[in-house]
Ligand binder design. Structure first.
Ligand code: PHB
Length: 400
């Protein structure tokens, strides 16, 4: 049977970053991915949030994966909140210690990671579906199907489930609890060839519902509308979408309709798996936790998990120190719950609620936020990311 030190299931941001970091320190990895490379790089179903926290950008740069992001991504030094017919700017450098964020589509980041990992001698097997993991606790063996339909096995020292929000591997952790929340909203998202409504993102809270005006480039707008969880795409012809976006922007900025490249519905839910490990098996990224998209935290959490597990495996392989592996869940759940909390807070704050009491509370907080630099700092610090701990810096140093 083939052997590898770390077997990773899933070529998304979490799995690819972990593989890449381990490869850099000489730990041998194999990434198994059920989908094709073309699907991962181009499928419209995979157009995810494009916001990279400060710490995420730093890690990608330190890992040698951020060159194109630096060239083609957009640095944003703030976002706007729109409510009561006015724009309120949240200035990140002033409110959050000089830091900013980068707008760069997740799909682009994945494309860069795949290309660079392969160029540097890493191995990713696309269209190889993992069917199960035998003996995950002591001696994990990944069982997978090749594109030709053969069933094969690889013996690993550690196995990692990074297989996304519909993870098939979650069940491998006996007694794991899955904490869930369903939000009573969905997002109707469009990608359109047009100039974005503003140079920075606008989070607009309007009596008709929430709307977000984001972008992928100066000529590609990415916009979203809060809709009910039961709504169907057929009910939203192009003209109605543009009309609704304009109404919710309420004269504070201009919406310029343009050709639609994509249209999708995203349900809003949250999920946290606890613990995230069992013996020699670990879960990272969306496989372990899901957030609603409002805070744009999903990919950033995947990166933070990959960094935490990398640190633990690095200590194990290079320093023969297994303690960080033992405390992986505890460490990861800190940033996971922080991001769950912020996503919950942003979602609750910006979406209109049916219950008038909830709506009254929401508007009170939103209006206070608009007047208070203290409250805005809370938003800004969470938005650019809270990776100010010594551990993050240690990892960056180790990669330098
Ligand atoms: C996006 O650009 O797709 C995006 C940006 C910010 C969010 C969510 C999605 O909070």
């Amino acid at each position: 049977m083939r052997r590898v030190q770390v077997g990773i299931v899933g070529a998304g941001p979490a799995g690819l970053l972990l593989a890449h970091l381990l490869h850099r320190i000489g730990v041998e990895t194999l990434v198994l991915e059920a989908k094709s490379r073309a699907y991962l790089e181009t499928s419209p179903h995979r157009i995810r949030a494009g916001v990279l926290e400060w710490g995420t950008k730093e890690i990608l740069l330190a890992a040698g994966l951020g060159e194109r992001m630096e060239r083609e991504g957009l640095e944003h030094r703030g976002v706007y909140l729109a409510f009561d017919g006015a724009l309120h700017r949240v200035d990140f450098p002033t409110l959050a210690g000089g830091r900013s964020i980068w707008v760069y589509g997740q799909q682009y980041a994945v494309r860069d990671m795949i290309r660079l990992h392969l160029e540097r001698g890493g191995e990713i097997l696309f269209e190889h579906e993992v069917l199960g993991v035998e003996e995950p606790e002591r001696n994990p063996v990944l069982v997978y199907r090749t594109p030709e339909g053969r069933t094969e096995r690889v013996q690993t020292e550690f196995a990692v489930g990074a297989d996304g929000s519909h993870s098939a591997l979650r069940g491998l952790i006996p007694g794991a609890r899955v904490h869930r929340r369903t939000y009573p909203f969905a997002w109707l998202g469009i990608l359109a060839e047009t100039r974005p409504a503003a140079e920075e993102l606008i989070y607009a809270s309007h009596p008709r519902g929430f709307a977000l005006f984001s972008m992928r480039s100066p000529t590609l707008a990415r916009n979203y509308l809060q809709v009910g969880p039961e709504e169907r795409l057929e009910d939203w012809p192009e003209a109605r979408i543009w009309e609704e976006l304009a109404l919710r922007l309420d004269g504070v900025a201009e919406v310029r309709p343009g050709p639609l490249l994509e249209k999708s519905l995203t349900p809003m839910r949250a999920l946290v798996v606890e613990p995230m490990q069992h013996g020699r098996f670990f879960l990272i990224g969306d496989a372990a936790h899901v957030v609603p998209p409002t805070g744009a935290k999903g990919m950033n959490m995947a990166v933070a998990d990959a960094v935490a597990l990398f640190r633990a495996l690095r200590a194990f392989y290079l320093e023969k120190d297994p303690t960080f592996l033992g405390s992986f869940t505890e460490e990861a759940l800190r940033h996971v719950w922080q991001a769950e909390f912020f996503s919950y807070w942003m979602t609750t704050l910006l979406h209109t609620h049916e219950d008038p009491f909830a709506e009254g509370l929401r508007l009170a907080q939103l209006r206070h936020l608009g007047e208070s630099p203290h409250l805005l700092s809370f938003l800004a610090e969470n938005y650019v990311g809270l990776h100010t701990t010594g551990r993050w810096a240690e990892t960056l140093k180790a990669l330098a």
